[in-house]
Design a protein around this ligand. Structure first.
Ligand code: NAP
Length: 248
């Protein structure tokens, strides 16, 4: 018996990075996986093929998580393909880092829409099927900077803090229907999102982390699997850090 046997998991933004690793681990744990991407069509097809070849039931969908109508359409398509959504993982996210002094309205809006509004869009869309099933697990990919703030990331930190407030509210609203909602707050995880950072900044970061290394996508994926599974049946409304002790 695997941890996610019989569950349908929908992950936003799984063509690469943390989302991709979550898709891989969910398949390893027996889940049927639907995932979305925005522009990485080839990578999405490759992931679908790779995981299907390993015996998984996996389908990628091109869908912009920041768009309300597309989120509803995505969930409709997933239900048509797989019958339900048991676990929703709101993972899609972007950065547009700069100091507030230089931050444009567009940079603010893009980050808020992709990171925070997307969680609203997808949660609204899965609410009905989850209520009908009287069960569900919603996992929102926040960040340690949503808890601590970070200079140069006012838009990103605000979006990630918003996801924590959103998760706690959803947990309170839907708990009586056996629908759980938690946030994951990764620290410094080595993906394309962090690749563009200055090497000196990365080295300083690693040195300041108690576990003395950056996190790997699988470190985050393992928690997502746990929160999606019935092993976490009594956990809701929580924000759990995956940060090597960076934030305590
Ligand atoms: P990444 O490597 O940049 O991948 C981002 C993923 O999101 C891609 O699959 C991308 O699809 C997708 N995406 C972006 N905009 C989208 C949209 N509008 N609709 C649908 N999909 C969209 O990022 P990552 O490092 O894996 O981060 C994943 C999540 O973890 C993000 O929410 C991020 O904020 C959070 N996080 C990351 C770190 C870190 O250190 N890496 C730390 C804390 C939190 P395309 O490939 O098609 O563009």
């Amino acid at each position: 018996m695997k941890l996610l046997d019989g569950k349908v998991v929908l992950i936003t933004g799984a063509s690469r990075g943390i989302g991709k690793s979550i898709a891989e681990e969910c398949v390893n744990q027996g889940a049927t996986v639907a995932f979305s991407y925005l522009s990485s069509e080839e990578r999405a097809k490759a992931l679908e093929a790779e995981l299907s070849a390993n015996g998984g039931t996996v389908k990628g969908f091109k869908s912009d998580a920041s768009q309300f109508d597309q989120a509803q359409e995505l969930v409709d398509q997933v239900i048509e393909a797989f019958g339900t959504v048991d676990v929703l993982i709101n993972n899609a996210g972007i950065t547009r880092d700069t100091l507030l002094m230089r931050m444009s309205e567009q940079q603010w809006d893009e980050v808020m829409n992709t990171n925070l509004k997307s969680a609203f869009n997808l949660t609204k869309a899965v609410q009905r099927p989850m209520l009908k099933a009287r069960k569900g697990s919603i996992i929102n990919m926040s960040s340690v900077v949503g808890v601590s703030g970070n200079a140069g990331q006012a838009n990103y930190a605000a979006s990630k803090a918003g996801m924590i407030g959103f998760s706690k509210s959803v947990a309170q609203e839907l708990g009586s229907r056996n629908i759980r909602c938690n946030a994951i707050a990764p620290g410094f995880i080595e993906t394309e999102m962090t690749e563009s950072l200055d090497q000196k900044v990365v080295d300083e970061w690693r040195a300041s982390i108690p576990l003395k290394r950056g996190g790997q996508p699988k470190d985050v994926a393992d928690l997502a699997v746990f929160l999606g599974s019935d092993m976490s049946a009594y956990i809701t409304g929580q924000t759990i850090n995956v940060c090597g002790g960076m934030l305590m």
